[in-house]
Design a protein. Structure first.
Length: 252
């Protein structure tokens, strides 16, 4: 059974750094990111056009490469969460959470009884294709799956303390673009920063790790200094675009 080092670091208050795969599903990317020193990556099923089979292939390579694969599902529903976990995801990111009911339902789908309602299918990617001992495996899984919700709206920020008090929740990730849209302002508007800080403060009060996904490394460092520890920068598409433009500029 494989321990979740990212979850362990977050529980100790240590920062973890990742990125997001939203366009390319070659499993080699997991190894490349691991070799680059990233702790984890989000595999984006909300905005990425990825199949479950592609998800499984990338997730399994990530486990072999010792980088934590966290799957962003399209919604916090059992039939979307369970297959990603059975494939071997070490964490689930649930977008657009605005109510305690949605958070509780999503986390229940990530945990085996008695902590949740996840069904058991042992010996798949979730245990590196080794047949498990039932009770030992389910206990270990409950202690190692990373449960994350996204706060991405004005309503969710206003309910942050209620949402982040959900039992079993490990971390919250702010989505600054959707948050800005809900506020009818540009992402650079100071109001977005003020609302994001409210989430950081609520996370501290509820002993939950906080984080952000954003495209500017300087902003990542700023939010780390303000107390965030789950830090994700850029996407595969953005890194490819930036590298291609930089290379072309060097060739002029």
């Amino acid at each position: 059974m494989r321990d979740n080092l990212v979850r362990a670091k977050l529980k100790r208050g240590e920062p973890v750094f990742g990125t997001m795969l939203t366009e390319f599903d070659n499993p080699a990317l997991a190894k490349i990111l691991a070799d680059a020193g990233f702790d984890y990556f989000f595999f984006d099923l909300e905005h990425g056009a990825f199949s479950l089979q592609a998800t499984a292939h990338v997730v399994q390579m990530a486990r072999l490469a010792n980088i934590a694969p966290i799957v962003r599902v399209t919604d916090g529903l059992y039939h979307l969460i369970a297959p990603a976990l059975d494939a071997g995801a070490q964490g689930i990111l649930v977008p657009r959470v605005e109510t305690r009911e949605v958070a509780e339902r999503a986390i229940a789908a990530m945990r085996y009884p008695p902590l949740g309602a996840r069904g058991v299918f042992g010996g798949k990617g979730n245990n590196d294709f080794v047949a498990p001992q039932l009770l030992e495996y389910t206990r270990h899984a409950n202690e190692n799956i990373l449960a994350i919700i996204q706060i991405e709206s004005k309503v969710a920020v206003e309910r942050a303390d209620e949402l982040l008090a959900t039992p079993g929740l490990d971390a919250v990730l702010v989505g600054p673009w959707d948050l800005a849209l809900s506020l009818s302002v540009d992402p650079s508007d100071p109001l977005v920063g003020e609302m994001t800080q409210r989430v950081v403060d609520a996370a501290k009060r509820n002993n939950v790790a906080s984080g952000i996904h954003i495209g500017d490394p300087a902003q990542i460092k700023m939010w780390q200094a303000r107390g965030m520890t789950l830090l994700s920068c850029l996407t595969d598409l953005e890194m490819m675009r930036n590298a291609a433009r930089a290379l072309r500029e060097q060739l002029r």
